[in-house]
Design a protein around this ligand. Structure first.
Ligand code: DON
Length: 558
């Protein structure tokens, strides 16, 4: 398949041997986390243990993206063939109110992004613990101890980390505890190559390893967090932490040209809209379109636009609102696809009306993605985030734990845009203990019930578009795992009515798309994805060249 030249230098490694000695495959957003997961597989842990170790390591070496102060979603295929989804998303504190980010009739965008009010009740640690306990071979403590040693010894700051620090140094300076960790004494960020040590975070990991997650959710961490919240105008309390619960959910299962796609259900919009977009594409001969063509970018964009119009209206926490299952109905997808014309962009005024209404509903009643698989058939797709770069920017004093700003993922008021320019409505309004809507899309692709790809991404709403692109590349273009991530990306989120494109499309594509009525915005890169795959009996692992991750096949005796 054709892809943009600059992405050909994809940072991927396939180190497997040909004699079946491979233990599995790993791809994460940081080489140190990839190594941690590979070592787990080589030491007798399974893919779940490896994913947990990688996530805890990322909280140390890539803490501006994810950590135990944030949340995560996991879709996993278990060795016995079962598919499960685990929701470790943050919740709004009990003291949150619908209009908490509106003052005198005006939305205060900064308040949902920075500081105490921006913080949702963290879920990642509870999720990793639940995952390890139910499906791992190792206790959580083992992963915590290893990551603690790393936090204490220090990590080399990567160019990407240093760039993030430069961008956020002014915001971090508002929080002395954060500044003490992430900035030098002159207030500037650590530079690439310097060693960043996090002794408080190491102590926190060790205390959890010794005392269990109670230390975090019911013990000293909860006390310190509440004290900091009180002193800084927040509403999150110890009680919020004590009442936090992960949720095991049913993955969203759809099909695409006979392949099975297992995605994350609400409160993520990821699984629903990846599935819905693929449903729309199914009626087109996608594989016959040039991989870098205006036709392909147009078709993807038009399908995405329709899905995001539905997202803005229908999607929210299924424990609070009814999210229609009809959104992923094949007939509904086909009906929406009928509105797509190849010769011009068709404006979409608003959401559609999926079949079954709200009766047949789901659940009835700056981020990182990692993918791990083992030779027993355990596959894990895990996406974790504290939301934007360095989350709320605030660290709970004495703990090293950087808190999320996931409250910004709520629709703070109908029609108001969030950090990612997303609009929302009633379904995603703030309510006490509600989970903010997400776009995170940890996804498994299966053929004849056997997993062939675990994929997901970082990048807000573009996560959905990146995931669709990877699935289309594999199914329609026969791409390898690495090629699927290298494929040129396009994104449309309905509002703004703009087709966002990377380099890598045919030179003439932009002009052709404008002639069809698209407003085109070019960007150097969209997001960062990580994937592992299995093709022809061999493991593949790929990390996105747009990020700093790495992929590796774990070799060794079993
Ligand atoms: O859950 C979500 O959709 C967002 N909080 C993800 C944020 C993200 O991907 C940041 N990376 N650019």
């Amino acid at each position: 398949m054709r892809h943009g030249g600059r992405w050909v230098l994809l940072a991927w490694l396939v180190l497997g041997d040909a004699w079946g000695g491979d233990l599995g495959a790993v791809a994460t957003g940081h080489p140190v986390a990839t190594r941690a997961a590979v070592e787990v597989l080589q030491s007798g842990g399974n893919a779940i243990d490896a994913a947990v170790a990688a996530a805890l390591t990322l909280g140390v070496v890539d803490g501006h993206n994810s950590g135990i102060g944030g949340g995560c979603f996991v879709v996993a295929h278990l060795a016995g063939g079962r598919l499960v989804a685990l929701d470790g998303r943050e919740t709004a504190p009990a003291g949150a109110t619908r209009e908490m980010f509106v003052r005198d009739g005006e939305v205060m965008p900064e308040a949902s992004l920075t500081g105490a009010l921006a913080v949702g009740v963290p879920g990642q640690l509870a999720a990793l613990e639940a995952l390890a306990r139910r499906h791992g071979r190792w206790p959580l403590a083992r992963g915590l101890e290893r990551a603690a040693a790393l936090a204490e010894a220090g990590m080399e700051v990567t160019p990407g980390y240093a760039a993030r620090l430069r961008g956020e140094a002014a915001a971090l300076r508002q929080f002395p505890e954060s500044a003490a960790i992430f900035l030098r004494s002159d207030g500037s960020g650590w530079e690439a190559g310097e060693i960043l040590r996090q002794p408080d975070l190491a102590a926190t990991y060790r205390a959890i390893a010794a005392g269990g997650t109670r230390w975090f959710y019911r013990g000293p961490f909860a006390q310190r967090l509440e004290a900091w919240m009180r002193a800084n105008g927040g509403v999150l309390t110890r009680r919020d932490l004590r009442r936090y619960r992960v949720r095991w959910r049913e993955p969203v299962i759809t099909t695409y040209r006979g392949w099975t796609v297992a995605g994350f259900p609400p409160p993520s919009s990821g699984g629903v809209h990846v599935g819905q977009i693929l449903r729309m594409l199914e009626g087109f001969e996608v594989g016959a379109l040039g991989a870098g063509s205006a036709d392909l970018a147009h078709l993807l964009g038009e399908a995405m636009k329709r899905a995001f119009a539905d997202r803005a209206h229908w999607l929210g926490d299924p424990d609070f609102v009814r999210v229609p299952k009809g959104l992923v109905d094949a007939g509904y997808g086909a009906a929406l696809a009928k509105g797509i014309r190849m010769d011009r962009a068709v404006p979409v005024e608003g959401h559609g009306e999926p079949p079954g209404g709200e009766v047949d509903a789901f659940g009835k009643r700056h981020t990182t993605h990692l993918s791990v698989a083992d030779a027993d058939g355990n596959w894990v797709a895990l996406t974790a985030t504290i939301n934007t770069s360095f989350g709320s920017k605030a660290v709970v004093p004495g703990t090293g734990v950087l808190l999320n700003n996931q409250m910004d993922d709520f629709s703070v008021r109908p029609g108001a845009t969030n950090f990612f320019g997303l609009v929302g409505a009633e379904a995603n309004a703030i309510a006490p203990r509600k989970r903010p809507l997400s776009s995170m899309s940890p996804t498994l692709l299966l053929r004849d019930d056997a997993p062939v790809l675990a994929v997901g991404a970082a990048g807000g709403p573009t996560i959905i578009s990146q995931t669709v692109r990877a699935v289309v590349a594999v199914v329609d273009f026969g791409a390898t795992t690495a090629e699927a991530l290298a494929a040129a990306r396009v994104h449309h989120q309905w509002r703004p009515d703009t087709l966002v494109m990377e380099g890598g499309w045919d030179d003439a594509a932009e002009g052709e798309l404008e002639a069809r009525g698209h407003r085109v915005r070019r960007v150097p890169a969209l997001g960062a994805a990580q994937a592992v795959g299995r093709r022809g009996g061999r493991w593949e692992a790929a990390a996105d060249a747009r990020g700093e991750g790495s992929g590796a096949v774990a070799t060794g005796g079993r």
